[in-house]
Ligand binder design. Structure first.
Ligand code: PLP
Ligand code: SF4
Length: 348
């Protein structure tokens, strides 16, 4: 697998390097590393040093990852929903195509923690070819989501070969790339990369920012390059305990995303992934945050709070309940909490 050599060789990937960089004990890092990979870019490491815990917790291994009695290895049942390796076909019209096993950072809360960054996740020319073949013979799929791992860890040339192959399949209308690179390694988003991507429109990118401190000048430039290439940008934030589980932090993040030309897409309830239980909030926490957003801030800045159903049932939106009763009249409360009604009838 070809990757961006000059940028990726500088990544911190061993317990020894991280122990040294942050001056923390080596033994716990080694124990966790035996089960889950670790990786942090020098850029994100500097942000951690500047910001502290909310970023630290996303990136630095925590011993609680090894002591999680309730988590599930594959919470979304992706393996059962894969007709060919590394392609998840869960919804009728769209598919998730995993084209890279690596990321610039291994987020401690990752839903695919079971395999991302591990040697078992062997994505090859053959698995890519099998995925393309499946997409070709399944014309019901019109929207392909490229993910991994992080697709932007591939070299420009390798990624372009995949995009070109996808564009040769007439049934595929839209292509989406899910990537955390604009947040974790923004310098990877070069003018050359943006210039390549713009040849494959309609192409959408969903980024992944979780905290206001991640909206830096570097991230702003990366998003400007993508947006100037005509790529609509979204963000899939994960609600994480001890990172962003408060209305103030999420409100600030959503506003900053709009300023760097990203339209917030999803706010995800954390999945039931093994090794990540210490990150989970209650559903009430998420609903309370949404209650503080809806109506109070620009609708453009309000994401959909969603839960990905365990067992592969798909995403469902979670919305605070404004409806009090619905009979001949809808009785509801406004975002301010006042009561209001609306007739639930049509004139004869
Ligand atoms: C999230 C997801 C999608 C895309 O869902 P949208 O709601 O359209 O963003 C598609 N396939 C799989 C397997 C997914 O997990
Ligand atoms: S960037 Fe995405 S796929 Fe990679 S470790 Fe983080 S959450 Fe997982």
């Amino acid at each position: 697998m070809t990757t961006q050599k000059p940028l990726t060789t500088a990544l911190i990937s061993t317990p020894e390097q991280l122990s040294h960089a942050l001056d923390i004990p080596l033994a716990p890092l080694q124990a966790i590393h035996a089960k889950y990979p670790l990786r942090i870019s020098p850029y994100y490491l500097e942000l951690i040093k500047k910001t502290g815990l909310p970023l630290w917790r996303q990136a630095v291994p925590d011993i609680r990852e090894l002591d999680d009695p309730i988590g599930l290895s594959d919470p979304l049942d992706e393996e059962h929903l894969s007709p060919v390796p590394f392609l998840v076909h869960k919804y009728p019209d769209r598919a998730l195509f995993l084209i890279c096993s690596e990321c610039a950072m291994y987020c401690r809360f990752c839903t695919r923690k079971r395999k991302v960054g591990k040697s078992e996740m062997r994505i090859t020319d053959e698995t890519i070819a099998l995925g393309l073949e499946y997409l070709e013979k399944t014309p019901a799929i019109t929207d392909v989501l490229l993910s991994g791992g992080d697709p932007l860890m591939l070299s420009d040339d390798r990624l372009e070969r995949i995009l070109k192959a996808l564009r040769s399949i007439p049934s595929i209308a839209t292509i989406r790339i899910g990537t955390r690179i604009p947040c974790t390694l923004p310098m990877r988003v070069t003018p050359r990369l943006a210039g390549m991507l713009k040849k494959y429109h309609p192409l959408y990118i969903n980024t992944h920012f979780n905290h206001p401190a991640e909206i830096t000048p570097e991230a702003t430039l990366a998003c400007k390059r993508l947006a100037d290439a005509g790529i609509p940008l979204g963000c899939q934030t994960v609600l994480l305990r001890g990172v962003n589980d408060s209305p103030d932090i999420i409100r600030q993040l959503m506003y900053l995303l709009l300023q760097i030309r990203i339209k917030p897409y999803y706010l995800f309830q954390a999945d039931l992934t093994q090794g990540t239980s210490h990150f989970r909030t209650t559903i009430d926490t998420g609903l309370d945050i949404m209650h503080h957003l809806i109506g109070h801030i620009s609708g453009m800045a309000v994401p959909t709070y969603a839960l990905d159903a365990p067992g592969g049932g798909g995403k469902i939106p979670l919305t605070p309940d404004y409806i009090k009763s619905l009979n001949q009249t809808l009785e509801f409360s406004t975002y301010r909490g006042t009561s209001c009604s609306y007739p639930n009838e049509i004139t004869p």
